[in-house]
Write a protein that binds this ligand. Structure first.
Ligand code: AP5
Length: 203
């Protein structure tokens, strides 16, 4: 297990590869992969009243309210931070989420080291999500819902990218490349950042 902490945020459109890269980076860097969408889908499976409200929003492709997401994701991030770090995928989705998370992290002295933006054209994202439609995710099954998810992404992402750019921790990667190339480019970019430990070579 590494001794240096790793705190990395993955940003990008639906289908940009946040989940794919999150798993790979977590494996290579020896920290947990926290995916906000997975945490929300777990709430749905639990069948609580909150879960039913979340289910309706996921099915429409709408965002879950900031306060609720911050509570759910924040608990997982706090636990991972204490254990050595995280790769966080899918959070933040609004500038308010980014600002609140950063304030809390500053209070605790555990700011994110990097925000990695997986840049991808909408047409490539659409094709990837269509290719995954048989996988059972309710928000992949309907082309209109996919369009809405992309629109929600475009409505919210620019101010988030500006926020991390102003903090000096934004890294942009071409996510249209093969998955292995994307992983290596992310690791190389992280390794070049101040205070970030380099990853062991893949097995
Ligand atoms: P979430 O689960 O985060 O879904 P998403 O952002 O729509 O992203 P996806 O999981 O569809 O794609 P991905 O970028 O992870 O790509 P993946 O690796 O899977 O969020 C779902 C919903 O939860 C949101 O709509 C919202 O309602 C809610 N939510 C979540 N977070 C929230 C928050 N913070 N605030 C409020 N609401 C929130 O790859 C996609 C496909 O492409 C796969 O088939 C994969 O194999 C393939 N692929 C990946 N990389 C490549 C590559 N390089 N080349 C070729 N194919 C590739």
């Amino acid at each position: 297990m590494r001794s240096c902490p790793v705190r990395v945020i993955l940003l990008g459109a639906p289908g940009s590869g946040k989940g794919t890269q999150g798993e790979r980076l977590a494996h290579r860097l020896g920290v947990p992969h926290i995916a906000s969408g997975e945490l929300l889908r777990a709430q749905v499976r639990a069948g609580s009243e909150i879960g039913r409200d979340i289910a309706a929003r996921l099915a429409r492709g709408d965002l879950v309210p900031d306060d609720l997401v911050i509570e759910i994701v924040g608990a997982a991030v706090r636990a991972a931070t204490e254990a050595g770090g995280y790769i966080l995928d899918g959070f933040p989705r609004t500038r308010a989420q980014a600002e609140r998370a950063h304030e809390l992290a500053v209070e605790l002295g555990v700011e994110a080291q990097a925000a990695v933006y997986l840049a991808l054209d909408d047409d490539v994202a659409r094709a990837r999500l269509a290719g995954r439609a048989a996988g059972g995710r309710v928000d992949d099954a309907d082309a209109e819902v996919i369009e809405h998810r992309l629109q929600v992404f475009h409505d919210n992402m620019r101010p988030i990218l500006d926020f991390y750019d102003e903090l000096g921790i934004l890294v942009t990667i071409d996510a249209a490349q093969p998955p292995d190339v994307v992983t290596e480019e992310i690791l190389a970019a992280l390794a070049s950042m101040t205070g970030f430990p380099s990853a062991p070579a893949s097995a």
